[in-house]
Each structure stands twice: as C-alpha cells, then as structure tokens.
Design a protein around this ligand. Structure first.
Ligand SMILES: [Zn+2]
Length: 224
C-alpha cells in the first residue's frame, strides 16, 4: 500500500468526486469544478439582504450558503494552529496503520479496537485536516461548519485517547504481573506508562484543536 492510497477513497466535499486518499483529493482540489471561484464572495455579497438586528428574515433564498464568515488574520492564525497538530497526528496514525492491520486478529480476539476502528479514526482525522485546508484556501467558513468540526474533533479525541489509555493500562498490568514473578523491584508507575504511550501529549494536542475550533465557532457570524 503506497502513501497515496493508504487513506482509502475520499469524496470531495464540493463536487462529490471520489479521490485516492488525502494526496489525491489535494491534487483534485486544485482544479475541482465544484469549488467556488475566489471572486464568489465579492460577487455575492452585494446581493445579500441587509438584516437589521432583531428583524426576522423569512423566505430568503440561499441563506444557508451565504451565511458565514470571512476569516480575518486572527481567524486564519487560529485555523493554522488547528491544522498543524491535526496534520501531524494524521500522519502518525497513517504510519501506525500497517502495524494495526497485522495485529488485527489479536485485537479482534481480545475485543480491543480493531484495524477498522483505527482506520475509521484515521479517516475522520483526514476529514478534519481537509476541512481546515478548505477553510484556509477560501479564507471563509460557513456558519454551521465550525460547530460540526468541533464535534468531530471531540469524538476523535475521545476515541483516540481512550484507546491509547487502554493500551497503556494493559501494558502496565502486564509489567506488574511480570514484576511479581521476577520479584524485580523496579518501579512501574501507571503515570509513567501513560507518558511512554504519549497519552498526555495526545490529549493536550486534541484539546488545543478543540479549543481552536470552539473559538472559530464563537467568531462565526452571518456575513456582513
Ligand atoms: Zn471536487
């Protein structure tokens, strides 16, 4: 399996074309027919209704598409800081997938998270990464998107952290029983094993991503 297709087929969110992994979708997006041209926002904005505070707007067509925010410099920075750990973690996950595949029979036999579970997680991280890239390319975010991405990031963190925590815990228990047999006196602190497994760092990274997306959610308002 090459780096190109390890993420599996992924669908372009703008035109629906199925591409070969995250690299394939990046290549496609340079010429995607469904992508809004850069001038889209300039063209559309004068047509949008001016809404006075407290006014209820009924029957406005295209409201769903036109509501959203342009990202200012601060917003761009926040999304960049979200994108970086997502990218790094997605690559880490991708690199671990071949091993997950090999150990899948053991995982299944023990009812641990399977290769499919890890693969699904990796796809979700890739989806989040691509969404960040799309937001950065368009310097614009639709009103509902940040909240959805924020929720997605929470499910990613919860799965990934708990699965790694379980792995660390199993190793810790295994070492503890080994130590009992060997009457070895070296310390085996659970906290140390969690650190060896990178759990605190993993949790920290995802909390940072979630905070960033919460910021974007809070700062997304209807376009003025
Ligand atoms: Zn497309």
């Amino acid at each position: 399996m090459t780096e190109n297709n390890i993420d599996g087929p992924m669908e372009c969110e703008d035109c629906g074309k199925v591409c070969n992994g995250i690299q394939g979708i990046r290549g496609h997006r340079r010429a995607c027919p469904g992508r809004k041209p850069a001038a889209f926002n300039q063209v559309r904005e004068p047509l949008e209704p001016v809404v006075e505070p407290g006014t209820r707007v009924v029957g406005v067509p295209n409201q769903q598409i036109t509501l959203g925010s342009r990202l200012d410099a601060e917003g761009v920075n926040v999304v960049l800081r979200v994108h970086e750990p997502v990218r790094a973690r997605r690559e880490q996950l991708r690199d671990s997938l071949p091993i997950r595949r090999l150990s899948d029979p053991i995982a299944r036999a023990n009812q641990w998270p399977t290769y499919e579970d890890w693969y699904g997680l990796s796809r979700d991280v890739a989806r989040l990464e691509l969404a960040c890239e799309r937001i950065l390319q368009q310097a614009r975010v639709s009103r509902d998107e940040p909240w959805g991405l924020h929720q997605l990031a929470i499910t990613i963190r919860n799965r990934w952290v708990s699965w790694r925590r379980e792995e660390a815990y199993r190793t810790w228990k295994q070492r503890a029983s080994q130590r009992e047999r060997d009457e070895e006196l070296t310390g085996n602190d659970l906290e140390d094993v969690l650190t060896d497994f990178g759990v605190p760092e993993l949790e920290h990274d995802w909390n940072r991503v979630i905070r960033g997306l919460r910021w974007v959610t809070a700062h997304t308002r209807p376009t003025r």
